[in-house]
Design a protein around this ligand. Structure first.
Ligand SMILES: Cc1ncc(COP(=O)(O)O)c(C=O)c1O
Length: 375
């Protein structure tokens, strides 16, 4: 059995052909394929504007430069990849970690409590964790009631929907961000994107993506002006060619992920392994997270990881609470009251979940998991 990691890409000959075509063209970067990829994302998500960038972290960084000012307080989740809250620090603003709900997403009721206590809070940075859409009615309510900025980190969740609201459509947020790392639903190798419905935000992002440089029609032909401190966060046409080709397969990829999730749901019915949530029609399943009460069984979590690795199965833990990372502790974090996150961290891990995982491979994962758990 080849190594079954928790996530991996699916590249076909047509993806390779699309990339080769761009490699033979005049534009390897800043060419027409970037805009075509951005258009594919706006068409798919329903957001008005999209800015594609070098990776999902760059997307969060630029979003934070637009949404936040120095010392702004931002409610965010400990259950994410580091980049979500790091981006708040990049903007010299202040993350405030709020506990998660049972589905792994930030607890929006607790966010509301924080907002009622402290009217100086400026934003919520929420993650559609594992591909599970954030509660849109609650986001709408919070945005309207407390006049805050909302960022949805949708790196896990392209294709997710809540009724007819699609993830990254920004119906109830100012900005959404996406990542196209190979473990995600579609890949550009490295790559990311920002979506928004605000023309003003869109224009700022375009400038920040390209060194803060502006060129207007009334300037001399050689002139450009740097008006603020931007970055080179451009994505290449080569990456966008891959992304465009992958976008054509996205629905198929998501359907296959849902099938895999439902097969796992079925296998774990009435077992000691419990899914974090069963199929709910809202998740596009970047991750399939399960929980096991290790206090009730003989094997430790570390043994489980090691024994499965020997069987060529790479389960993974998403995530170590960000506020407990040494760097965050050095900033004074780490003692927040997050009992749900603490329990989650003790019990949860992610199983292989990617469209190319065959039924036989999934059976092997399930069988091996039971074998190891039962000693
Ligand atoms: C929730 C979340 N946000 C942001 C990122 C950062 O994306 P990238 O790896 O493309 O920089 C990731 C990537 O793993 C992620 O999972």
């Amino acid at each position: 059995m080849e190594f079954l990691s928790y996530g991996k890409q699916w590249i076909d000959q047509d993806d390779i052909d699309a990339v080769s075509k761009v490699l033979k063209s005049d534009y390897l970067t800043t060419g027409p394929t970037v805009k075509k990829f951005e258009d594919a994302i706006t068409n798919y998500t329903g957001a008005k504007y999209c800015v594609a960038v070098a990776n999902g972290t760059a997307a969060l960084h630029l979003a934070s430069l637009v949404l936040l000012k120095k010392n702004d307080k931002v409610l965010t989740t400990p259950n994410s990849f580091l980049a979500t809250s790091n981006s708040i620090l990049y903007a010299r603003a202040k993350p405030i970690f709020v506990d998660i709900a049972k589905d792994g997403n930030i607890d929006l009721d607790l966010c509301e409590k924080e907002l009622t206590k402290d009217s100086s809070i400026k934003a919520i940075y929420a993650v559609a964790f594992s591909g599970n859409m954030l509660n849109q009615a609650k986001l709408k309510f919070l945005k309207e009631t407390y006049d805050i900025a909302i960022l949805e980190d949708c790196s896990h969740a392209i294709g997710a929907k809540d009724g007819n609201i699609k993830v990254a459509s920004c119906v109830n947020s100012d900005i959404s961000t996406l990542s196209f790392h190979p473990v995600k639903h579609i890949t550009t190798a490295e790559g990311g994107a920002i979506t928004t419905n605000s023309e003003d935000i869109y224009k700022k992002l375009l400038i920040l993506r390209n060194h803060g440089m502006v060129k207007t029609p009334n300037m001399k032909p050689w002139e450009y002006e740097m008006r603020e401190l931007g970055y080179n966060y451009r994505i290449t046409d080569i990456q966008c060619a891959l992304g465009l080709s992958q976008m054509k397969k996205l629905e198929g990829f998501i359907n296959r992920r849902i099938e895999i999730a439902q097969r796992y749901d079925e296998a774990f019915k009435d077992e000691i392994i419990k899914p974090l949530y069963t199929y709910n029609g809202k998740s596009s399943y970047h991750l399939y997270v399960v929980k096991v009460d290790f206090a009730q069984i003989i094997i430790t979590k570390a043994d489980l990881f090691n024994k499965l690795r020997k069987k060529n199965i790479g389960i993974q833990l998403h995530y170590i609470p960000i506020n407990k990372q040494p760097y965050y502790i050095s900033l004074g974090y780490g003692n927040e009251q997050t009992p749900v996150m603490d329990r989650y961290y003790k019990k949860c891990f992610s199983l292989p979940m990617y469209p190319k995982l065959s039924n036989e491979e999934q059976e092997y994962v399930i069988k091996s998991l039971f074998e190891v758990l039962n000693g």
